[in-house]
Ligand binder design. Structure first.
Ligand code: FES
Ligand SMILES: [Fe+2]
Length: 364
């Protein structure tokens, strides 16, 4: 008899050692969202952010190229920049060493008096950066495969579902703090076995739940569904004749902590998870994007509606599940794996558990 496949042990969600392994080995070797290219419209524009406990910044250099660096001076390690802004040169606040926007050291007080000092050899430490239709991702692993190999087809599919994607700018951000391990929040996003019972608006308003499916596409989990034939109940106007994806919904979760989601009307929104300080803390940022006044109004309205329905409904679920993971009474249960896939199957969870094990088990 075939044995079912069991869910991960509770310790994957509660053990601070496993959390440390994930930060050091998973977050530091996968593609992590940094920010949006529209934040760097002009040469010298920069913003800071952090990945896997590292302070980083993105900047547009004089030639217009986007770059990412560790936020650390190559003299005696002071941080170079704070928050966001525009700089003609990068001047370290400690001893005023000055760098070009390309990262190259330009000068420092009295450095030329030092025998053997070679200015040419000193450059900020760069980080791999990719631009996916204006969405900037970094990878701390210099040997990492490019995003198109991790997530095959996603670049083309996004352009197809959001024809104006390169003109988008961030409109609305909703920050949601959850008292749960990041993987629980990601798993909750990645299955719709819980949707009928927990998301009445989503399951009756937009999509046809019986057609919902989630399948791996490389290290992407692709959600597809048919939408209700009559979208006139939607709370915003949709011009179905605008293009042939205008009536569609889809989503692309990019392992481990980011997702693009497209609502009918080619409305793009994102999920971006950031681990908290402790193993059972995560922050989820919902991003909403628009390209003109009308789409901005729609994005704002949807952001509010989403926060009051799906988001609020999911917080209760993921926080309860975290409490359960600490329970001595929890023995991991079998995943529901329908060979035909579909909305009531957890094959996407199987993929997430497998990717988690790949990242963690070798270091246990
Ligand atoms: S640490 Fe930056 S100039 Fe000394
Ligand atoms: Fe949910």
């Amino acid at each position: 008899m075939t044995e079912p496949i069991y869910s991960l042990d509770g310790r994957y969600y509660t053990d601070p050692n496993i959390f440390a392994i994930e930060k050091q080995h998973l977050l530091a070797s996968t593609w992590q969202f940094a920010g949006h290219a529209s934040q760097l419209a002009n040469p010298g524009d920069y913003f800071t952010f952090s990945v896997a406990g590292e302070n980083l910044f993105c900047i547009r250099d004089k030639g217009g190229e986007l770059r990412a660096f560790y936020n650390v001076c190559q003299h005696r390690a002071h941080e170079l920049v704070q928050d966001s802004g525009n700089a003609r040169l990068l001047v370290c606040p400690y001893h005023a060493w000055t760098y070009e926007l390309s990262g190259q050291l330009r000068m420092g007080p009295n450095v030329q008096s030092t025998p053997g000092f070679d200015r040419e050899k000193i450059c900020l430490t760069g980080v791999r950066l990719e631009n996916l239709h204006g969405f900037l991702f970094v990878n701390l692993d210099d040997a990492a495969q490019p995003m198109d190999q991790w997530f095959p087809g996603v670049r083309e599919q996004l352009l197809n579902y959001v024809p104006h994607i390169d003109a988008l700018v961030p409109t609305e951000f909703v920050e949601i703090k959850e008292q749960t391990n990041w993987k629980i929040s990601v798993e909750n996003y990645s299955e719709c076995y819980h949707c009928a019972r927990n998301h009445p608006t989503f399951a009756t308003g937009v999509i046809k739940p019986e057609t919902y499916d989630i399948q791996p596409q490389g290290y992407c989990l692709r959600h597809t569904t048919e939408c209700q034939d009559d979208l006139s109940d939607m709370t915003y106007p949709i011009d179905l004749s605008a293009n042939d994806t205008a009536g569609k919904y889809s989503s692309w979760f990019l392992w481990p902590m980011f997702s693009f989601q497209v609502y009918p009307g080619n409305v793009l929104n994102t999920y971006h998870w950031r681990v908290g300080r402790a193993v059972d803390q995560v922050v989820l940022y919902r991003g909403w994007y628009a390209f003109d006044e009308t789409s901005e109004a729609i994005a704002r309205q949807l952001a509010r509606q989403d926060r009051d329905t799906t988001v609020a409904e999911d917080i209760r679920l993921v926080e309860s599940m975290q409490r359960g993971m600490y329970s001595r009474g929890y023995k991991p249960g079998p995943l529901v794996l329908d060979p035909n896939g579909g909305v009531n199957s957890e094959h996407s969870i199987r993929a997430l558990h497998q990717w988690t094990r790949e990242a963690v088990d070798g270091y246990l």
